[in-house]
Design a protein around this ligand. Sequence first.
Ligand code: AHR
Length: 518
Amino acid sequence: MTDHQQPGGVTGAPVPARIKIDPDFRVGPLNRRIFGSFVEHLGRCVYTGIYEPDHPTADEYGFRADVADLVRELGPTIIRYPGGNFVSNYQWEDGVGPRSERPVRLDLAWKTIETNQVGTDEFLQWCQRLDLEPMMAVNLGTRGITEASELLQYCNAEGGIELADRRAKNGHADPYDVRVWCLGNEMDGPWQMGFKTPEEYARLAEETARAMKRFDEKLELVACGSSNRSMPTFGSWERIVLDRCIDLVDHISAHAYYEPIDGDHDSFLASAEDMDRFISSVVATADHVAAARKSDKKIMVSFDEWNVWFQKRWEGEQKLEIRETSALIEDVYDVEDAVVIGSLLIELMRHTDRVAIACQAQLVNVIAPILTAPGGAAWRQTIFHPFALTAKYAHGVVLNPAVSGPGIDTDRYGEVGALQATTVWNADAGELVIFAVNRDRVRDLDLTVDLGAFADLRIVEHLHIADDDRRAHNSPEQPNRVVPKPGTSTLSDGRLTGVLPAASWHCIRIATSTRSEG
Ligand code: AHR
């Protein structure tokens, strides 16, 4: 019997599942930048999302305080900006300087009139006020090395050169010191303004990276990987790009969006399996390039777009009419979507040794954990909760627990384990946190966790997301219809036991006096 076979094969009956945690089995320090998010000039993410000068809660800069409060509660660490597809036809110069003089332009990516009332300075200062790290993207679609290098200088140069002096004149004398830069966005996608062959992109990324690193060799640069794992050139794109750029870049991007396809909810709940294979393939390709060049360089993955997105319901940008800023891709998420988001976060943590950065796409309104009404309320979607709890409680070292239990058959990924879990140990704070998902849509799991390697154990809190109505969602009328609720688990003699209901996500915090191994 494999780890994931179902003993007895009883459909619908609760089945045993087991986790064994040992402090010696470590993946590595948790990269907190995996709790990133994304603000794009798309739909209402910026305008009437984070920024709405006429809103009753608007601050002196025109940004919504109610949204800022929810962003603080959500707890992202790094925010990618300004796109996305938008960046590939963006002229950053339009978005700086006196607002009354900024041109109104047509953004061809989303066929939207862009007023440029929010630009680089407004975004970076909003990040500073919220203590968020910015992650900027440069336009390598319709523009190139000069514009990328000039934006970098505008953001990071000390005074005395024109671009730094321009920034000072625009109200910010100090450099912003942006550390992470994306070299374009999804440059292999035919939907991208100025999309490229791998050879064309590799050459442009190489020369742009060289110029940017000449300014500051400690910058962290992200080369574009494939737009998703099903692109025809997936694998060869990464190889060709890294073959040219491996010495100049630090990370390669990965993007993935998940949804139930043709009603296949078993595969949807197992979406983390795809993310696992995606990360492993990109890492294998990067390591192959390094090996062939006799290099020890470990390129890291920047999973800088990931989420649930019901793309089958979206008409696509081709069909859009040119419009003023208006609602686009405002998906409403249910309980099952929240379980999948929790599961994808577990997968990112499991790969902390090779995933440096991850950004949930996006932050507000557009496929987002936070929704707003123009002039009105802001509220938390279901997917807000697993993100907020994971970002709040995952600190320290990711451990590699042994996980076993029943399997589920999926059309897309074959047999996968119903129980998916990871553990993050904050030795300094004396806290061990188990993040777990029961991906089985039918059967509850009787969970036993062997914690015998840890001393003086106590459950601090067990929160979970599950609901008899998996289609339940939050709304302005019922903003707290779906919230995390206490789970049922008990601890004695180094064993935690509890029930994980079908299709549920869990965060179990355990106090321990164990401070280090041995
Ligand atoms: O996040 C929405 C869009 O999805 C981004 O603009 C693009 O990079 C991706 O295809």
